[in-house]
Design a protein around this ligand. Structure first.
Ligand code: HEM
Ligand SMILES: N[C@@H](CC(=O)c1ccccc1NC=O)C(=O)O
Length: 278
């Protein structure tokens, strides 16, 4: 019989008195003691961890989207592209995560749904920040955060900044495409209004990719991101229908029908529209 392998013999650190350990560096004491089920239902742990991990990935997505926007604004397109690729991969990860939640049946969810009270993903401020940061702006959706002035301030601050799409369209203008002042000086709190001139400009990019390679790549990064984001919305609404049918949501919306309306949102409408006319 061979002896059990001892990594200490290869120099693996085994004593952590006073030194930073894995648990310290990752603040695991905070993260792994933050699951507080309100019921005895077995599946509530799945529900909590599914949401907490989603929020962690959203935290990273916000970090990347914010940095990508800054880089793009400064003309550093390549670093921005790398970050946007990562954001799309994060959404791919979030899309796969639905497979875990889908193992929960309606019978299992009803054992603890009442314990959720009026809490709902509708109140996810990070989700709303992502929507606002990329360009889906609707100030009415600030309301569920009115009870948390700190979060409301973060969301208001985001609405005051140009969105990722505003910055992208700004790049079109910088490259010499004719973008109306009304678009460049728009009220940033308002939803984006599809503009024929912006569509014409993007069409110009797609008509001659070699000449406008960076803008062409930017456009495809944005479309790629929206593609994954749409899949997230679709996975969500399908999971919701599978688990609660057409019941009203705990957040007070009609539920599936509200989420279906959200499937119609287009983040970058001109980029989709040009495909028909190219
Ligand atoms: C069984 C699982 C789930 C059910 C039954 C469910 C149900 C719902 C419903 C009915 C809504 C509409 C708002 C309301 O009235 O409550 C909603 C919104 C939302 N949910 Fe979920 N959800 C589930 C899982 C998740 C997960 C895993 C996430 C990930 C964080 C999530 C994030 C959101 C977000 C961000 C919204 C707001 C969407 C928007 O305003 O466009 N949900 N959910
Ligand atoms: N809106 C859901 C509840 C819900 O899904 C939820 C509740 C608390 C924390 C996160 C949630 N997830 C997504 O909306 C429902 O109506 O059953």
């Amino acid at each position: 019989m061979t002896d059990a392998y001892d990594p200490a013999k290869e120099g693996a650190q085994m004593a952590f008195d006073g030194r930073m350990s894995y648990t310290d560096y990752l603040s695991l004491d905070a993260i792994l003691t933050a699951q507080h089920p309100r019921s005895d239902a077995h599946d509530e742990m799945l529900f909590i961890i599914q949401h907490q991990t989603s929020e962690l990935w959203m935290r990273l997505a916000l970090h990347e989207i914010g940095a990508a926007r800054d880089q793009l604004e400064q003309g550093a397109a390549r670093p921005a592209f790398k970050m946007l690729t990562r954001v799309a991969r994060i959404f791919e990860q979030l899309n796969s995560a639905w497979d875990v939640l889908r193992t929960m049946t309606p019978s299992e969810y009803t054992t603890f749904r009442d314990d959720l009270g009026e809490s709902s993903g509708f109140q996810s401020w990070q989700y709303r920040l992502i929507e606002y940061a990329v360009g889906n702006r609707n100030a009415a959706l600030l309301k569920p955060h009115a009870h948390r002035p700190d979060l409301l301030a973060a969301l208001e601050a985001e609405l005051a900044k140009p969105s990722l799409y505003d910055v992208a369209v700004g790049q079109l203008a910088k490259a010499g495409f004719d973008i109306p002042e009304a678009v460049l000086q728009r009220d940033l709190r308002q939803p984006w209004q599809a503009s024929p001139e912006v569509e014409t400009a993007w069409r110009g990019v797609y008509a001659d990719p070699a000449r406008h390679w960076e803008l062409y790549e930017l456009a495809e990064k944005l479309v790629d991101f929206e593609d994954y984001f749409r899949r997230w919305r679709f996975n969500h609404v399908t999971t919701v229908e599978r688990v609660i049918g057409f019941k009203r949501g705990t957040g007070g919306t009609a539920g599936v029908s509200y989420l279906r309306r959200m499937l119609e949102v287009e983040l970058f409408p001109e980029l989709w529209a040009l495909r028909t006319t190219l």
